[in-house]
Design a protein around this ligand. Structure first.
Ligand code: NDP
Length: 299
């Protein structure tokens, strides 16, 4: 058996061959397949046109994660077109910033983001944060109102899948009570130092694909002695060990780099398998650390 196939059955991963990068996909509840590996983008130096084109054309990456917040939608659209990859072969995730929450604002923001990027639809559109950032308003009500706009965008085909980001169990439970469509994806912080396994289990039970961001803990995990030791054992880099660990846990992962060499390195995670013992050792590194932001106190 090809060792690339040895992923846990709980991950429900389907195998598909996408040009250079051999990347499994994870089925969403609506039947779409999200590539388990994608490339992140971000603000503050987190975007490079050349790096995106390189990832798409030289590494076979087909999944890109972005957000209005990152301020690169227009440039990203140019890079997608320059790559020459047909739109239907790409998976593009974008996110709605809380400043655009509310029914009318959300619909307008999504259409505006599409036109900024020069695309007709997003493969996945996420509510970026559970808080409405609107003083005096109930977060729950604003989330529900916003979600109804996303449901409509989904019905209209502007978004092929819709989801949330940084939502905890109570946010998801409230949304279930208030709305119709269960989010297809929940994108949250996930790396060896931050393993919200109860939330992951809940998502699995509810048919919500669990996607992990900051898989390298923004670089913090790369100098951890345990990670370095495991990397040496497999003759892989610490980044490859962490990305592979996410993938073997069935978690969709989106490491970000603006450097070509690192993008290539980060893609090379499908030709080896971490042993159960090493998976468990990495699993023991959880220390509740958040390297991005923490939604715990958002009501
Ligand atoms: P990551 O854990 O992906 O780490 C990125 C950092 O690691 C950068 O400094 C990068 O530097 C460096 N790096 C990348 N690859 C390597 C490598 N092979 N060796 C050494 N260093 C490396 O953190 P992010 O927070 O950027 O998360 C990834 C993506 O997740 C984001 O781009 C974004 O798309 C998404 N995200 C979503 C959030 C949400 O709220 N929904 C919040 C945060 C992130 P360099 O670029 O210089 O290579």
């Amino acid at each position: 058996m090809d060792d690339r196939n040895q992923l846990p059955s709980t991950a429900q991963v389907n195998m598909s061959d996408t040009s250079v990068l051999y990347c499994p996909t994870v089925p969403l509840s609506n039947g779409l397949q999200i590539p388990i590996f994608g490339l992140g983008t971000s603000h503050f130096g987190g975007y490079s046109h050349d790096a995106i084109v390189y990832a798409l054309t030289e590494c076979g990456v087909r999944h890109i994660d972005t957000a209005k917040r990152y301020g690169c939608e227009e440039k990203l659209g140019q890079a997608l077109r320059e790559s020459g990859i047909p739109r239907m072969d790409l998976w593009v995730t974008d996110k709605l910033w809380p400043g655009d929450y509310g029914y009318e604002a959300a619909k307008k923001a999504c259409i505006d983001s599409c036109s900024q990027m020069g695309v007709k639809y997003f493969d996945l559109f996420l509510m970026h944060w559970p808080g409405s950032m609107r003083p005096g308003c109930s977060n729950r009500e604003v989330r529900a109102e916003t979600w109804r706009a996303l449901e409509e965008l989904y019905e209209e085909g502007v978004c092929r899948a819709i989801g949330v980001s940084n939502f905890l169990v109570h946010h998801l439970e409230q949304l279930k009570e208030d709305c119709g469509v269960v989010p297809h994806v929940n994108q949250v912080e996930y790396h060896p130092f931050q393993q919200p396994n109860k939330l992951k289990e809940y998502c699995q039970q509810e048919g919500i694909v669990f996607e992990g961001y900051s898989p390298l803990a923004k670089g913090q995990v790369l100098s951890n002695p345990t990670v370095l030791q495991i990397a040496e054992k497999y003759r892989r880099t610490p980044a490859q060990i962490c990305i592979r660990w996410s993938i073997q846990n069935g978690v969709v992962t989106i490491p970000k780099s603006v450097k070509e060499k690192r993008i290539k390195e980060n893609c090379q995670v499908f030709g080896f398998q971490l042993e159960e013992l090493d998976m468990a050792t990495l699993g023991s590194l959880h220390d509740e650390r958040h390297v991005t932001w923490d939604p715990t106190d958002v009501e």
